[in-house]
Design a protein around this ligand. Structure first.
Ligand code: PHB
Length: 368
């Protein structure tokens, strides 16, 4: 360790253990969920994923890549699922490999909603969403390459209990597969954020209109998933200021404060917030102070988006967050925690292998 990094380590608890629900995490650094598109066409992960996640087990907590809760929830080729017995069996390789290395792993429960394409849907059906509102200028990556998205079909009110049951089944299957908990993906313009946001939710039933109505499905998912896992094994991810996937809300502050007020009674393990624009500006114009969410929430607060060691140290010094999730740096630095602790240089990631390449750009990045 260099003198500078020894000094940095002395003034931070970033590399110290922290309690998350029933688990003592080895440190406050989290591997963020990262879509890597290397499952088979049935959404089954295998030995390759087990090796990849095990290599990254010095993270205090790993959150799996976004994982489809149902065939309808899928929007990208070769993303994994958590609805079939084969998928559960495949994921067991990963959870065992991570546990053997002494880390913890949550599965991220995902339904993409309108961010899909008939080519990826059962029976070539239209993707579903709260309302028939097209995501403008967005492409789906299908088996035949990129195709423009189509206008989705609005879900019937009577279909919503089935969607919630799919989240609950995903949570049950995740526990069966050996995951330590689950993260509810309510961010980045996918189904749950499509319900939250007035840009995409034009419904006139009890799932649309007022803030209470637009937040209803998320609260119902939290209710169903915590019944399966226990509250302290459940986290939720939000991105209140993102426009990713053509999402947006005319007044996000009261919307997200209301959501937090409603989920606080469940005593979730953590709230995971993408600060600003996904993979972009951490402080976009027209935003609000996201620390208001931190102050409102009654569990651990996890932050993400373009973090560096310096930003992470500052977040802990100023108590802006309990846990720091790093995404892209974990792709190309399997030993990211050691490198940050030792002040070692980071290897840049190759975007050409983010979503393709099998072991190339996946399990072949060296540790120091
Ligand atoms: C992606 O595949 O690009 C992706 C998936 C899930 C996210 C964000 C991005 O939350």
């Amino acid at each position: 360790m260099s003198n500078a990094s020894a000094a940095a380590a002395a003034r931070t608890d970033l590399f110290d253990p922290v309690q998350l629900g029933p688990y003592t995490l080895a440190n406050r650094i989290v591997m963020a969920p990262l879509t890597r598109s290397r499952a088979d066409d049935a959404g089954v992960p295998g030995e390759l994923q087990a090796k990849y996640y095990a290599q990254r087990s010095s993270a205090g907590l790993i959150i799996s890549e976004a994982t489809n809760i149902s065939p309808q929830g899928k929007g990208y080729i070769r993303t994994p699922g958590i609805w079939s017995p084969e998928q559960v069996a495949g994921w067991k390789l990963t959870t065992k490999a991570v546990h053997d290395k002494g880390s913890r792993i949550f599965l991220q429960l995902w339904h993409v909603g309108r961010i899909s394409h008939p080519d990826l849907q059962p029976g070539g059906a239209l993707p579903v969403a709260p309302s028939a509102v097209l995501a403008v200028n967005q492409q789906a990556y299908t088996y035949e390459g990129f195709k423009p998205l189509v206008t989705p079909r609005a879900l019937e009110t009577a279909e919503i209990p089935g969607i919630i049951a799919d989240y609950a089944r995903g949570a049950k299957n995740a526990l069966d597969a050996g995951f330590d908990g689950v993260e509810i993906h309510s961010a980045n313009g996918y189904l749950l954020q499509q319900f939250l946001s007035d840009k995409t939710n034009k419904r006139d039933d009890r799932y649309g209109g007022s803030i209470e109505n637009r937040t209803r499905i998320v609260v119902e998912v939290v209710d169903a998933v915590t019944k399966v896992c226990g509250s302290d094994r459940v986290g939720i991810r939000l991105s209140p200021l993102t426009t990713f996937g053509d999402i947006g809300d005319s007044n996000p502050e009261p919307l997200y404060l209301s959501l937090i007020e409603q989920i606080n009674p469940y005593k979730l393990a953590y709230l995971h917030v993408i600060e600003g624009e996904t993979r972009g500006d951490r402080n976009p114009a027209g935003g609000f102070d996201l620390q208001k969410l931190h102050r409102a929430f009654n569990g651990l607060y996890m932050v993400n988006n373009n973090y560096t060691l310096e930003l992470a140290l500052e977040a802990r010094e100023k108590k802006l967050a309990d846990l720091i999730a790093f995404g892209r740096p974990f792709i190309s630095n399997p030993d990211l925690v050691e490198r940050l602790r030792d002040g070692a240089p980071l290897t840049p990631a190759d975007p050409d292998t983010f979503y393709a390449g099998e072991e190339r750009g996946y399990t072949d990045y060296p540790s120091l």
